[in-house]
Design a protein around this ligand. Sequence first.
Ligand code: ADQ
Length: 717
Amino acid sequence: MVPGSGGLVAVLEPLLRDGSARWLGWPGDGAADGGAAERSKVLRGWPAGYIAVDLPADVVRAFYEGYANDTLWPLLHGFPDRVVLDPATWPAYREANERFAAELRTQAGPSSVVWVHDYQLMLLPELMRATTPDATIGFFLHVPFPASEIFRMLPEREQVLTGILGADLIGFQTHADLHEFRRSVLQVLGIESQMEHVEIDARVVRLGVFPIGIVPGEWAHILAQRRVQHRVEQLRDRYRGQHLVLAVDRLDYTKGIPERLRAYRRLLRDDPKRRGRVSLLQVAIPTRERVPRYRELRRHVNDLVAEISGEFGTPEWTPIVHMLRAVSRSELAALYAAADVAWITSLRDGMNIVAKEYVACQSRDPGVLIVSEFAGVAQELGEALRVNPYDEIASAAALGRALDMPRDERSERMAALTDRVLDGNAAVWRDRFIRSLRQAVREREDHRRTEAPKLDSGALAKAAARGGVLLCLDYDGTLVEIAPRPENARPTRRVLDVVRRLAGLGNGVCVALLSGRRADDLERWFGDVPGLWLVAEHGAVLRSANTREWQTLRAGAGEDWKLRVRPVLEDFAARLPGSLIEEKDLSIAWHHRLGDREFGNWLAQELATTLEHQLGGSDLRVLRGRAVVEVRYAWATKAEAYAAIDAQTPDPGIVVAVGDDETDEELFERLAPDDWTIKVGRGPTAARWSVDGPDEVLAALDAIADGILAARQTTSQ
Ligand code: ADQ
């Protein structure tokens, strides 16, 4: 982007002014923006604070015209039939993002605030995060976010979502965009989110809605100039006796220009008294001229304009003035001030700045703003006339209504609109975003503080070597990585060796496996390991190392209740293909990880409520886990199972508990503050220490065994 005087530059300029901020941008393709000489002038001529990231010509074409404008632009605006999926453009998009990341790394330190803008740079937050994990990174999407069904067309959907999720704060123009984004995150990445945040790899990413504003002072300043006032008078004289309807857009298929022209034609056809009394002045800047779709649109618009002029034009009256070029800010201000109606017909638009600019330029005898309900601005500017631009008749009627609106109503509506535009101005937008970003980083830090420090396995081995140990080990996610299908998470050779080695130490070393799995699984895999305690179903059943008999932890626990619960679960399983029922001895669960995640979550809520109602007053509990609803006994916890083992074994010197999920947290909370509680993975925990994954767990367990054996050798010598 070439630093100009308006728009985003004006909004962010104050941040650059004190020299503390820098703006990184692509200076524009020379060929497209006026030739190579112009380009090098631009590169050399960027003022202080602006850093040009130069991209090679071949990358530019595939990145900018290709992936950004041919793929992402129509996709994000929800035009599936216009999305071009050309695998050759993705590497260039990646490369362009990487070049930005490389430049950014040389410019930004660990304490810098990085604010990434829009759909061209969706990978940049994650690329930056990867090398600077503590960086403060915000991302703002200026364009809409589409329905998840459309977004999921994108072959690189995972990379794009993960790319943005590298940010600490992701900002959208409207709530609807944020909502759709959350749906895609759930359906593509399987990650559930809250309205205000989403957690990825135990890092919290905040989500927020920040409708972009304009700089009203800029327009007031332009309009105060005498020559601009003179121009306003000139325009009013020119259109005296007529209503002037103004439309200002980039020539883009998202802006609904043909739809507007057809609605205008409809008004002139159906309401002949309008002829000669209204003029539509359409100012459209041609953009992306090298993309065939845009050339087609230009032809189509030209044809429609010619048809309407041909059908209604007279020697005295031209129904449409069609200007295919950019006009200066002062000419634009004069047009806004002189126009009786501003007509926004976007089929989809992130916000639409033109609507706000028009409001900012109204004075005593104000005009009327018509906005498309599919532009973000319709959410904010409630006092505008809202219309569905696809509905030609309604659109024509809205224009008629705007032309006839009495002055009192115009003034009343415009006063309210003016307040909104002034209150939600660009500086407010910018400051709110930056404030939320800083808040997001504080929350990330707080979140991290609730994480446990890394385990020193040497210290643990030393403590274990001093006397007896009771080791409580979770299985899935602790000794083995979580597998998408539980039956695939069989113990590896290494796991079996480590467990066997520890359990064989005897002499005050007790080893227990505490798992949520069925007793059958544990029996099959670990049943022949001497000296091992086994706990299945989160603590409901236990096999003592001595008797090798499975027993339920509480007398009287039965399974009759499952006869009542199972049909309810079956009903839900039938409603969601891919979901399944898992029946254990003393619990029953409905898993929906493999079904549609969104519908699954919705059903899970309904199922939990139904079951809670059905089981109220019993000692059964309904638990909602990640993509699972489970019914089990309230007392069936790892904490209870630990207590039972503790009561049957000699007093240990130390207790070591290792686990990765909620059921392990109950055990961590139950243990004494000086016990060795160890969380596997990141995120908040009640544990004292943490390790990254099963590999580290196994290494620590080996260290314990080595320590104990070494100590025994020393004492026996
Ligand atoms: P755009 O799609 O570029 O922006 P918009 O919000 O309408 O659309 O802004 C257009 C800007 O260009 C305005 O400042 C307007 O004055 C100017 N402009 C348009 N036509 C012009 C002409 N013929 N001559 C001179 N100036 C002209 C993207 C998203 C939007 C979102 C913005 C800001 O697509 O939905 O509102 O970013 O976030």
